[in-house]
Every structure is written in C-alpha cells, then in structure tokens.
Design a protein around this ligand. Structure first.
Ligand code: ADP
Length: 511
C-alpha cells in the first residue's frame, strides 16, 4: 500500500501540501488512504497524535460524494469541523441537541443535487435513533454518493475497551445497508480483543489492518532518582539540552506547579504554571502564551495536555510520578510530534513504588510497550534510553537452565496460564490457583525459589521477545492484572528447547 502510482497519487500529494499544509505523510497515512480509496474496509490502529483524521479527510476532499463520519463526542466533532472550515472544506454535523429546523436544513442539503458538504459528522446515537437520517443516507447510497463511512474512536464498539458506548454496537447496520461503501475504522486502543470486536460488530469483510507501533523512536527516556537538588538538576538539564526550547513539567499538586514554575523563573527560564484551580480565563491565557512561544515552559498538572497539538515540544519532565505507564506514555507522547529528538525525564522518589523506575536494567521502551501488548526488541532502542545507554553498568549472564525450566513449566501447566501464574509456580507459591490446579505437585514447583527478585520474570519476558514463547494477550482485558496467557505450539516448543543452548540476559554488574 506504499505505492505512489495510484491514479489519485498526484492529487493526493498536491492536496496534502496545498490544503492541509503537510510536506510529508506520517507513517501509515499514505498506506491507509490508498487502501480505503481502493475500496477496502480498513481498520487503523494509530497512537493519539499519529494523524488519523487526515486518512479520511483527504480522501473526502478528493473523492466525489459524501463521507459519513461517526464520532462519539459533539465537542470532538465541533473541533474537527472548525479545522475543516478553516481550510475551506465544507463539513456539517448532526446531533440530537440541535434545533430540528437546523437539522432539516442540513439533511435537505445532503440530498440536493449539488450538495456542498464533503463530510457529514454524526454521533452514534443519531444512527441508532434517527430513521430520518437513515432515509437520507439510503438516498445518497442509491445514487452512489455515499463515498465512505468512517468510524472514529472505533474501540467504543467493544465492551473490552475503556470507553464502551452501547450505540456503537448498532453501527453494524451501516455495513448491512450500504455494503458497497468502504468503511474506515480508526482507534488508538491497542488490544487484539478490541480489534476483533470492532471488526465483527461493524461487519467488516476482508478488512485490511494497519497496526502502528506505539514506539516513539525520537523520544529519549530517562529516570532519575529525586533528591533535594531535583530543581537544580532540572534547571541544569534544561540549560544543557533544551535552553529556550519548549517543554512541559508535570507536577502532582497545584502548589508544586507554582513552586516549580517560580524556581525555574528564578533560574532564568520563561516558565509559568497551569492547574485546575486557576480561573479558566487565566488558564487559557497561559496556554496561549505557551502555544505562541511567549513562554517556554509550562508547569502543569495532568489537566494540561488534552488536545494539545504543539508539534515542537522538546521535553516533558515528570517532577512526580505519573499515575500509570499508559498515562506516562501518553504524557511523554506530547513531546516531539514533529519527529525531532526530544527528551522525557522522570524524577521519582524511592518511596514511590513503581517497577518501571526501580528497574535500572531493562530498556525503557520495552517496559512501556509491553503495556500496549507490543513486542519490542531492546536492541532496536539504539541506546535512546538511560538503561540502554548505561550498558557499562551491566554484564551478560547465561541463564539457559532457568530458561529451559520456564519453558518446560509452561508446557507442564498445559500452556494456558498467565505469566503471573507460571512465575508463582516457579517461585514455589502456594496460592489458591496453584492449589486448585495442583501445580504444587509439579517437579518444577519452587525450582526458582533461590532467584533474585524479578529475575525469573525478566527471563520469561526475554523468551517472549525471542519468540520462544508466545504470549496471547487476547483476553488481557478480561482478567485484568493477571493478564497474558502463555501458549506455544508444541512443535515449536521442542525446536525451541533444542535451540536454547545459551540464553543471555543483562544483569547488574559491579559498576
Ligand atoms: P489523531 O486523531 O491520530 O490523534 P490528528 O489527526 O488529530 O491525530 O493529528 C494530530 C496532529 O498532527 C494534527 O495537528 C495534524 O494537523 C497533524 N498532522 C497530521 N498529519 C500530518 C502530516 N502528514 N504532516 C504534518 N502534520 C500532520
């Protein structure tokens, strides 16, 4: 789908430049556009900020007919329409809380011979509840003017997603009624179960799937233990690496936001603060100052960030711990949207218990991507995180025997238990599940009792990365924290066991 010789390629590139002002396509944008314009149903998984909107707005602009976009929130819809009108692409929306005459006006325009709209946005409720809308769509379809159906935030279809919306489940009706119109489903939610639900509920056939990595190669990650000199460190870091550049410092409390901003100002930075107890006007003013580069650094609570689209944020510093790895990934994701090198520094207290910070061996990217069900080979980090850079602090250790035992244990337990369970059996735990399955009677029960904390888990993870074990994350949403199931095909297993001559993992050295 990367090809640049489709009949529409020239027009596509010209409009991307002229209308949207983009010099290039971002990863997968061209591919998605080519697939949907070739008439296929397409499912797109792209991280927030990846540029999903362009993948349907550009085709909507250059194809005849109307693109129907289903989007969950009126506020999101209004935002999109504002952007479209700014670049002179005529678009409208229908929602239940609009006056009826206004809705009728839009519907009339929709089926007129010279309809001016290229895109019509609706909420899923509208599809579920408005026969009038469906009648008008029927009319469009019959005359071949329903160019494309876009389901934005498609994970809302799935009960396993974090934003389940019952009305999304009814959207399957669109494919039933308009089978020859291609459907484009877009989401930033990663798990395989969500994807399967979406494809099934929407009735997508021979669907082409684009799944984009959540890895952000231009971000440099590091974790620093927080001392009393944290603000001095921060000042020095910014001066050394990002002086006069744009950044965000995330703080836990309102007081911290103000304190950190004040200190950075004293050190000569153009900094200000942003938090929930400021009045909205003042908040908007600070955000505007920052957007226009009148100030460089904004010290903010996590309230700051939703809908922030500044491409040249060069650093995101966490003055205190983020709520979760997912949150951390998203907050860091606000840096470097223009693709240029940017820094993410996390300060943490030893009293904050987060495995991510305590871990001074494993690649930071790997530790994050695991949470998105993504496999990542740490050698691809190319030393862009502190742990991969500080290799001198580690040695390689031969753990072949442990690896063999773990693989055997996966086999002995029938290849249907979570990583957590395997590790518990190996450590010799006697928890309820272990007793229930009688796994305390296995010869390997407790075989890893002597290992250092986290070692068996690291080796197991390594085996998954090396494709020796397969992790089935399909049911992860069902089982919450006791997530991934391990399974592997026996033929592969025996081959793997034979191949397992040496398994090396990193381990802390003497420094
Ligand atoms: P998503 O919906 O995936 O979160 P958006 O569609 O809102 O992302 O795009 C995020 C930002 O990236 C927007 O400001 C958009 O204008 C910009 N963008 C999208 N595609 C490109 C591109 N090819 N080149 C430059 N900027 C782009």
């Amino acid at each position: 789908w990367k090809r640049v010789d489709f009949p529409w390629t020239k027009k596509l590139e010209a409009n991307n430049r002229k209308v949207f002002g983009n010099h290039f396509f971002r990863p997968n944008q061209r591919e998605v556009i080519n697939a949907t314009m070739s008439g296929y149903d397409v499912f797109v998984l792209m991280p927030t900020g990846g540029g999903k909107s362009l993948t349907y707005q550009l085709p909507a602009l250059i194809c005849p007919g109307i693109t129907l976009v289903v989007s969950p929130l009126v506020s999101l819809i209004q935002d999109q329409i504002m952007h479209l009108l700014q670049v002179n692409i005529p678009a409208a929306y229908l929602s239940a809380n609009m006056e009826w005459p206004e809705q009728q006006e839009i519907l009339r325009e929709l089926v007129s011979d010279v309809c001016k709209y290229k895109l019509l946005y609706v909420t899923p409720e509208k599809i579920a509840k408005s026969d009038t809308l469906l009648r008008h769509l029927d009319a469009l379809y019959c005359r071949g003017s329903l160019a494309r159906i876009v389901i934005d935030e498609a994970h809302c279809v799935s009960q396993w997603g974090h934003d389940f919306r019952p009305d999304y489940q009814g959207l399957g009706i669109l494919k039933q009624k308009y089978p020859s119109t291609p459907v484009l489903a877009l989401t930033a939610t990663a798990t395989a179960s969500v994807k399967e639900d979406v494809v099934q509920a929407l009735g997508l056939e021979n669907c082409i799937i684009f799944r984009q990595s959540f890895n952000r190669p231009n971000l440099w990650y590091s974790v620093v233990a927080k001392t009393k000199k944290c603000l001095d460190d921060m000042d020095k870091f910014i001066k050394d690496h990002h002086f006069d550049e744009c950044g965000i410092v995330y703080c836990l409390s309102r007081m911290d936001c103000e304190k950190v901003a004040e200190r950075l100002q004293e050190c000569g930075h153009k900094a200000s603060f942003y938090h929930g107890s400021m009045d909205p006007k003042q908040r908007a003013y600070v955000q505007k100052q920052w957007s226009k580069d009148e100030i460089n650094i904004i010290c903010a609570t996590v309230a700051f960030g939703m809908g922030i689209n500044k491409p040249d944020v060069r650093f995101v510093i966490h003055h205190s711990l983020p709520k979760s790895i997912e949150g951390y990934h998203q907050e860091c994701g606000r840096a470097g949207r223009d693709g240029l090198r940017s820094s993410c520094v996390l300060y943490y207290n030893y009293s904050d218990y987060v495995n991510y910070c305590e871990n001074d061996l494993d690649c930071r990217r790997l530790s994050q991507l695991i949470h998105f069900g993504e496999k990542f080979n740490p050698s691809d980090c190319q030393k862009t995180c502190d742990n991969c850079t500080n290799m001198f602090n580690s040695i390689e250790k031969n753990v072949t025997n442990i690896a063999k035992q773990l693989v055997e244990l996966v086999k002995a337990t029938g290849q249907q238990h979570s990583m957590f369970h395997i590790l518990e059996v190996y450590k010799g735990s006697l928890n309820q599940n272990i007793k229930k399955y009688k796994h305390d009677s296995l010869s390997l029960h407790g075989a890893g009792r002597h290992l250092a904390k986290g070692e068996a888990s690291r080796i197991l993870r390594h085996l998954v990365i090396k494709d020796i074990l397969t992790e089935d994350v399909k049911k992860s949403d069902l089982y919450g924290s006791v997530s991934s199931l391990l399974r592997n095909l026996s033929a592969k297993l025996y081959a793997a066991l034979r191949m397992l001559r040496t398994v090396l993992v990193k381990e802390a050295g003497d420094g």
